[in-house]
Design a protein around this ligand. Structure first.
Ligand SMILES: Cc1cc2nc3c(=O)[nH]c(=O)nc-3n(C[C@H](O)[C@H](O)[C@H](O)COP(=O)(O)OP(=O)(O)OC[C@H]3O[C@@H](n4cnc5c(N)ncnc54)[C@H](O)[C@@H]3O)c2cc1C
Ligand code: FES
Length: 271
């Protein structure tokens, strides 16, 4: 069940260029949140911006976590893009922030026991929601594709190195890894994926990336879940400001915040 609760800022700092990590002590949400779910954060006490902003949780540590220093903490990795995220950069240690969460459905993990392979494909900050999933899947074989416009937009590589993963990187300007989009990089590696094995793809990124991926993932042995980054108003299903068209015959318009943000990629109708 989502809660509205206060948290205390424990850290907030730039990691590189426009990217920051905000640490919040918030046991009620840290205890419950699952990979692919998100929180709605009130980024400041001011009237502006009025609306909360949605963020995936980069890392979270329930109070049962063995490391005392981490118990009840959650971390948001965010990009400064506008008014709200600019205000977030000014949050100071000890300050109170209000959150609603955990929200959304989250990713469905592959059935256990399973030797099936997982493929994680993230574009820009989309990789953040796949990071906690990577941790949940760390005993499996992981193929991780990370893309961004430039090398500054390539995130979480060190995190994925700690898991059992093969990492592939693409940048649109060629400043790191292969030059091109992350979807093209995934396609170029298709030979690695055997026709007689099952693969679970988990993707998150801008809609252009997910649409391109939807156009390529046509073979039977790929099951693809995609997390959408649609702009949101309320974040909990009340305003219908985040709808996406799907091919469900009875409910073609679904709310990304409530029915998603994770959907079967094949269910999305790209307009
Ligand atoms: C489920 C979910 C999880 C998310 N997780 C993260 C995360 O982990 N880290 C992170 O940095 N961001 C994440 N985002 C995106 C984040 O919510 C937006 O970047 C943020 O709301 C922008 O607020 P702002 O006030 O700074 O920007 P605004 O001033 O509102 O807008 C500035 C610019 O950013 C664009 N923009 C705003 N929101 C979005 C969006 N949702 N998608 C694409 N473009 C947008 C606007 O069109 C505008 O050009 C997530 C979004 C969703 C829906
Ligand atoms: S943001 Fe209000 S219904 Fe989804």
């Amino acid at each position: 069940m989502p809660l509205q609760t206060d948290g205390i800022v424990v850290s907030n700092g730039r990691i590189k260029s426009l990217y920051f990590i905000l640490g919040i002590y918030c046991p009620p949400i840290a205890n419950q949140i699952k990979p692919g779910q998100f929180v709605m954060l009130k980024v400041s006490d001011d009237r502006s911006p009025l609306l909360r902003r949605p963020f995936s949780v980069y890392k979270s540590y329930p109070v049962s976590h063995p490391e005392k220093r981490k118990k009840g903490y959650l971390f948001i990795l965010y990009k400064k893009v506008g008014k709200g995220t600019r205000k977030m950069t000014t949050l100071k240690k000890g300050q109170k922030v209000n959150l609603i969460g955990p929200l959304g459905n989250g990713f469905t993990l592959p059935p256990l026991p399973s030797s099936d392979n997982s493929i994680l494909i993230g574009g820009g900050v989309g990789i953040v929601s796949l990071c906690s999933l990577g941790k949940a899947l760390e005993s499996r074989k992981l193929f991780v594709f990370i893309g961004g416009k430039t090398q500054d937009d390539i995130l979480c590589v060190e995190d994925f190195k700690k898991f059992n993963s093969n990492i592939f990187i693409a940048t649109e300007d060629g400043s790191l890894g292969v030059k091109g989009t992350v979807v093209n990089l995934f396609l170029s590696q298709r030979k690695k994926f055997k026709k007689n094995e099952k693969y679970y793809i988990y993707a998150c990124g801008p809609s252009a990336m997910l649409k391109a991926l939807a156009g390529t993932v046509k073979f039977q042995n790929f099951m693809c879940q995609a997390s959408l980054e649609t702009r949101m108003g309320c974040g909990f299903g009340a305003c219908w400001g985040c709808v996406v068209k799907t091919n469900h015959p009875k409910t073609p318009y679904q709310r990304v915040c409530k029915d998603g943000p994770v959907f079967r990629l094949e269910d999305i109708v790209w307009e």
